[in-house]
Design a protein around this ligand. Structure first.
Ligand SMILES: [Zn+2]
Length: 166
């Protein structure tokens, strides 16, 4: 396995393990496949197309931070589908489920110290809007909303800690 690929898989597994432990669920297996566009969840496993990250990295000349943020965002998005069992949900509210998973990804980005801007370019570029997935600006709005929410929770938690300490 090449260095970039090992690093990516290592980061993906680490992010998955961290999320699973936060929610006290077992870590879903990570499956590498080129049969899907970016990532996916089938209710049991998290699927990831590592070649897609390689391609995005080179097309957009992503920095190391932006590449990692993109990976975290995709893993968090898929983990949200995994937790909610979206693979088994009726297909009716597909856009709503996607935006909810994006919002979730925004919260995780914030918790891990990334910025929404780290994934903005790619989110806009890859999301023209389809029957299953909302358009880029809508997805970015959801990521920002999740980010703001998490950020607010952190600020509140910090100020509670300060009060408790003082
Ligand atoms: Zn999704």
């Amino acid at each position: 396995m090449s260095v970039w690929k090992s690093q990516l898989v290592y980061d993906a597994r680490g992010t998955l393990a961290m999320l699973a432990s936060s929610f006290e669920v077992s870590v879903p297996p990570l499956v590498l496949t080129e049969e899907i566009g970016i990532g996916g969840s089938d209710g049991r496993r998290i699927l990831l197309n590592v070649k897609w990250f390689r391609r995005m990295s080179s097309i957009f000349s992503l920095t190391v931070v932006a590449s990692r943020a993109l990976l975290v965002a995709v893993i968090a998005h898929e983990f949200c589908h995994h937790l909610l069992g979206d693979a088994f949900a009726p297909s009716g509210n597909s856009h709503q489920r996607e935006l909810w998973a994006d919002r979730w990804a925004g919260a995780v980005l914030s918790a891990l110290g990334f910025a929404p801007g780290d994934v903005e370019l790619v989110t806009w570029a890859i999301s023209p809007g389809t029957a299953t997935h909302p358009v880029g600006w809508e997805r970015m709005q959801a990521i920002r909303a999740g980010f703001a929410e998490q950020f607010r929770l952190q600020v509140e938690a910090n100020s509670r800690r300060r009060h408790a300490a003082g």
